[in-house]
Design a protein around this ligand. Structure first.
Ligand SMILES: [Zn+2]
Ligand SMILES: [Zn+2]
Length: 288
């Protein structure tokens, strides 16, 4: 007998990748339309945006390729801890309460992991790819290091399954909210939300997290709800006209797909040799 062909499976993954990338292009296209109408900063690099879009395509290849591994890790971890400590309701108004509980839990986990990314030098080396974007716009949304897919998929998100036994559609519904919120937060969009600027993550609030200015460093970590920054003392409320320059303080950024994929290994070959911006914990230790 012949071994079964891997071709149909490859085709299946290719179709899923194509659907995911089509959604990315749609979201970035919608975002770009809004950015063109109400830009926060003008004269952004078209080449940089094309690079981010090409990188997003490769990033999604890795997301698709990593699925079997992250799924296996999730099942193993959740089963090892008994398959969900609290059973969440999936019908009627109870489903809405379950949705809110899962949303808040994932948002808190994202906040905690984001703090770690700015504290642990190894994680910062990966996360600095996201912060290296000098031009802050919707195409930066998926500019995350490909290794972070594995770290989050294998170690962070399974925590939700350890805590809760919940219908997958409820988790899926929260991921749609996070996905849309993530694109909106990275828009190069000058929108004045006034006193509502700290209610939900938004272009001005998250722009401050990407700011090059020292006083903004290590603020506004929230993925969706700035209330976590308020609770843990990392909130910076943007002033009306506060739309800072973004990027790493030495301007380091990848200029090619290879530079982005090999980040942080290749970064020193692409700039003048200055160290990249360090997380605040490292700066504190050096100051002592
Ligand atoms: Zn960050
Ligand atoms: Zn960001």
């Amino acid at each position: 007998m012949f071994a079964s062909s891997p071709f149909p499976e490859l085709l299946h993954h290719a179709r899923l990748w194509l659907q995911a990338y089509a959604l990315v292009l749609l979201m970035m296209g919608l975002g770009a339309l809004a950015e063109r109408r109400w830009p926060a900063t003008l004269l952004q690099s078209r080449a940089g945006q094309r690079l981010n879009m090409a990188y997003a395509a490769l990033y999604l290849v890795f997301v698709e390729a990593a699925k079997p591994l992250t799924a296996a890790a999730s099942v193993a971890i959740v089963n090892a801890f008994g398959g969900g400590m609290v059973v969440l309701v999936s019908r009627g108004w109870g489903a809405l309460a379950s949705f809110v509980i899962v949303l808040l839990t994932i948002d808190l986990l994202e906040y905690a992991f984001h703090r770690l990314q700015h504290t642990w030098p190894v994680l910062w080396k990966l996360h600095s790819l996201h912060h290296s974007a000098v031009d802050f716009n919707v195409t930066v949304t998926l500019r995350h290091h490909w290794l972070e897919v594995l770290i989050k998929g294998c170690l962070l998100y399974p925590i939700v399954g350890v805590l809760f036994r919940v219908e997958p559609w409820i988790v899926g519904a929260t991921s749609i909210v996070f996905m849309i919120g993530n694109y909106i937060a990275h828009l190069n969009l000058r929108v004045d939300l006034g006193r509502y600027v700290t209610w939900v993550n938004n272009p001005q609030y998250h722009r401050l997290h990407h700011s090059i200015r020292a006083e903004h460093l290590n603020h506004n970590f929230a993925q969706l709800l700035p209330m976590w920054d308020h609770v843990f003392g990392t909130r910076w409320i943007p002033a009306k006209h506060e739309w800072p320059v973004t990027g790493l303080d030495d301007g380091t950024q990848p200029h090619s797909l290879l530079g982005a994929l090999s980040w942080p290994l290749g970064q020193h070959a692409e700039h003048d040799g200055l160290p990249v911006r360090k997380p605040v914990a490292v700066l504190d230790k050096e100051a002592k």
